[in-house]
Design a protein around this ligand. Structure first.
Ligand SMILES: C[S@@+](CC[C@H](N)C(=O)[O-])C[C@H]1O[C@@H](n2cnc3c(N)ncnc32)[C@H](O)[C@@H]1O
Length: 224
């Protein structure tokens, strides 16, 4: 098992990208509880940031076992299973201060599981679940086309988002401020928008320090 853990956290492309740790630590500053989809190095970042309770959800049995082994001595972390379905089925009805979505993997070349009507999205199911359990949700890899599809759908439902600068594949901060009754949002309500969120143009030669762009802040909420 030790080898599996070592392999899991050294394989290229799986861990956090450069700069992500600092952004995630800042994202959970002051938070007591965090809900996470996709345990791993990010979970350790939240522990190091002083979060008191982390529920981290995994859907693949192999990685569930790896994560449970890695955090078995850490009472602040609970690793639980979820199903990669729409809607997500997961063992939690708690509310959290912040959520972080880094699963499912969602890359088309890696046998991504598609949900009918949401083929242009990745992590829509887990991000929507997270928004129903936390007022602020951070979506990892948010510049990728399918994650932008998810941001576009959520924006059409009345959720707001902004891209946070300083990470390779993007980090989006999504809030449910405008949604009147988030628990009763019907995912089908997003069907009306097929437009992915626009990708901000990166500035060449330097990493900008400030937030780059926002999803339509004055969008009307979709009544549930
Ligand atoms: C990008 S990983 C989660 C990473 C985690 N948030 C972190 O910061 O290390 C997303 C999903 O990929 C899968 N996964 C984890 N480790 C993996 C590995 N070494 N190779 C392939 N897939 C992996 C798991 O299903 C996990 O939920």
């Amino acid at each position: 098992m030790a080898d599996a853990i070592a392999e899991a956290h050294t394989r290229k492309g799986t861990p956090l990208h450069n700069g992500d740790e600092q952004l995630l630590a800042a994202a959970v500053r002051g938070a007591k509880s965090v809900l996470e989809f996709g345990p791993g190095d990010s979970t350790q970042v939240f522990l190091d940031a002083g979060v008191e309770r982390i529920v981290s959800l995994e859907y693949i049995d192999k990685w569930l076992e790896v994560a449970r082994e890695r955090f078995k001595d850490e009472p602040r972390v609970e690793i639980r299973k979820f199903t990669d379905t729409l809607p997500v089925v997961a063992e939690t009805d708690e509310q959290f201060d912040v959520a972080f979505v880094d699963a499912p993997k969602g890359w088309p070349l890696q046998n991504r599981h598609k949900h009918e009507g949401y083929e242009d999205c990745s992590r829509f199911n887990t991000t929507l679940f997270a928004l129903q359990h936390a007022p602020v949700v951070y979506l990892h890899d948010a510049y990728r086309p399918l994650e932008r599809g998810t941001l576009g759908r959520l924006n059409a439902m009345g959720f707001q988002f902004e891209f946070i600068d300083g990470t390779h594949l993007g980090l989006a901060r999504i809030t449910r401020r405008n949604v009147i009754r988030p628990d009763s949002v019907d995912p089908q309500g997003a069907q009306e928008s097929r437009s992915p969120a626009p990708r901000p143009k990166p500035e060449r030669g330097r990493v900008p320090k400030r937030k780059r762009s926002r999803g339509r802040p004055d969008s009307e909420p979709v009544s549930a």
